[in-house]
Design a binder for this molecule. Structure first.
Ligand code: ADP
Length: 334
C-alpha cells in the first residue's frame, strides 16, 4: 500500500503510557494495539493495556503489557483489550477522576484507538486535565476527517464484496433484484466502495438523496439492456429498516425484490493485509509521537504519508464522500 512514515521526534519525553480501544470494534484494532505496545517497549517505555475502553479506565482495569502479551493477535479481528461505550465519560468530573487514576499509576500518556466519539473523550480529557492523549483511527466506516483511511475499512469492504458476489449468483439464477444493506449510519464510504467493487446497479448513500423514480429508471434501463437481475447497495442510514422500506416502495411499483442485511458480519473477521499494514504503521507512529511529547492529535494517513493531525481538525469535521465516485458508479453500472 506504499505507506511512508514521517520523522519521529528524537527525544523521549515520557517513559510510561497506556493504550485502550473504544467505541465500535474494527478489524485491525489488535494489529494497532500490538504495534503501540511493541514500539513502546522496544523504545524503553512501560506500556499498560486498559481493558474495556473508558469504562475500564474508570474501573481501574489495567494490565501491564510485555512483548508477548500481544503475540499472535495481529491476524485476529476484534480487540483483545475489549471495547465499550461509556456514558460516565461524558461527565467532566469522571474525566478528571480518570486523569487522577492514570497519574497515580505513574502513566504519563494515553493512546486511544477508536472513532470520532472516542477522540472527543480523549481531547476533553487532555483539555481539562492536561493529560496527554493521542488517537488512532479505528472504525470500519472511514468517516474520520484528517485521514484518507481508517483501520478496519478495507476489511469491512472486502467482507461485504465477498457477500455481494455470492448474492449475485442467486440474484441472477432467480432473476431478482437484491437490496444489500451495508453499514454506514451517516457515511456512505462503505456503500460506495462496495457498490463499485461489487458492480452494483445503484448505490444509496446518506450523503445523496436518491428518488424512487430514479432507482426505478436505473432498473428499467438495465432490463431494456437485457439485465435480469440487479444489486442495489444501501447504506443503513440513521433510521433502521431503510432497505426494507425501499423494498416495499419498489414492490408497490411492481418490482419484486429481496433484502439482505449484512449487519455485524462486516465488523468481524481477520484484517486484510492492507489493514494490518495501516494499523502497524499508525499504532507505532502514535506511540512514537506520544513518547516524543506530541499529543492532542490523531495519527492519520494522507496521500500515503503517516501524518499527525490536531484533534481540532478531526473531531466533528465531516469527511464527504467524493461525488465523482458516485457518478463513476452510475456510469459503470449502465
Ligand atoms: P466511536 O469512537 O466509534 O465514534 P462512540 O461515539 O460510541 O464511538 O464513542 C465511544 C466512547 O467515547 C463513548 O462511549 C464515550 O465514552 C466517549 N465519548 C464519546 N463522545 C464523547 C463526548 N462528547 N464526551 C466525552 N466522551 C465521549
Amino acid at each position: 500500500m506504499n505507506l511512508r512514515l514521517p520523522a519521529f521526534p528524537k527525544k523521549k519525553k515520557l517513559s510510561s503510557f497506556a493504550v485502550l480501544t473504544s467505541g465500535g470494534d474494527a478489524p485491525g484494532m489488535n494489529a494497532a494495539v500490538r504495534a503501540v505496545v511493541r514500539y513502546g517497549i522496544a523504545n524503553g517505555c512501560e506500556v499498560h493495556g486498559i481493558i474495556k475502553g473508558y469504562s475500564g479506565l474508570i474501573e481501574g482495569l489495567f494490565q501491564r503489557m510485555d512483548a508477548s502479551s500481544v503475540a499472535n493477535i495481529l491476524q485476529r479481528g476484534g480487540t483483545i483489550l475489549k471495547t465499550d461505550r461509556c456514558e460516565e465519560f461524558y461527565k467532566k468530573s469522571v474525566r478528571r477522576e480518570a486523569a487522577e487514576i492514570l497519574r497515580r499509576r505513574g502513566i504519563q500518556g494515553l493512546v486511544v484507538i477508536g472513532g470520532d466519539g472516542s477522540f472527543t473523550g480523549a481531547s476533553l480529557l487532555e483539555a481539562e486535565t492536561g493529560f496527554p492523549t493521542i488517537g488512532v483511527p479505528g472504525t470500519i466506516d472511514n468517516d474520520i476527517a484528517g485521514t484518507d483511511d481508517t483501520i478496519g475499512f478495507d476489511t469491512a469492504v472486502n467482507t461485504a464484496i465477498d457477500a455481494i458476489d455470492r448474492i449475485r449468483d442467486t440474484a441472477s439464477s432467480h432473476d431478482r433484484i437484491f437490496l444489500v444493506e451495508v453499514m454506514g449510519r451517516s457515511s456512505g464510504f462503505i456503500a460506495l466502495e462496495v457498490g463499485i467493487g461489487g458492480g452494483a446497479e445503484t448505490i444509496i448513500v446518506p450523503e445523496r438523496k436518491e428518488s424512487l423514480a430514479s432507482i426505478c429508471s436505473t432498473i428499467d434501463r438495465g432490463i431494456r439492456r437485457g439485465k435480469t437481475s440487479s444489486i442495489i447497495v444501501v447504506a443503513e442510514g440513521e433510521k433502521a429498516g431503510l432497505s426494507a422500506q425501499l423494498a416495499g416502495d419498489l414492490e408497490k411499483r411492481g418490482y419484486k425484490s429481496r433484502v439482505c442485511i449484512l449487519g455485524h458480519t462486516q465488523r468481524g473477521g481477520s484484517p486484510t493485509a492492507h489493514d494490518r499494514m495501516l494499523a502497524s504503521a499508525l499504532g507505532a507512529s502514535a506511540a512514537a509521537f506520544l513518547m516524543g511529547g506530541k499529543s492532542n492529535a490523531m495519527v492519520g494517513v494522507q496521500r500515503g504519508v503517516v501524518t499527525l493531525v490536531p484533534f481540532k481538525s478531526v473531531i466533528g469535521v465531516k469527511k464527504g464522500i467524493p461525488p465523482e465516485l458516485l457518478t463513476l458508479a452510475q456510469v459503470l453500472a449502465t
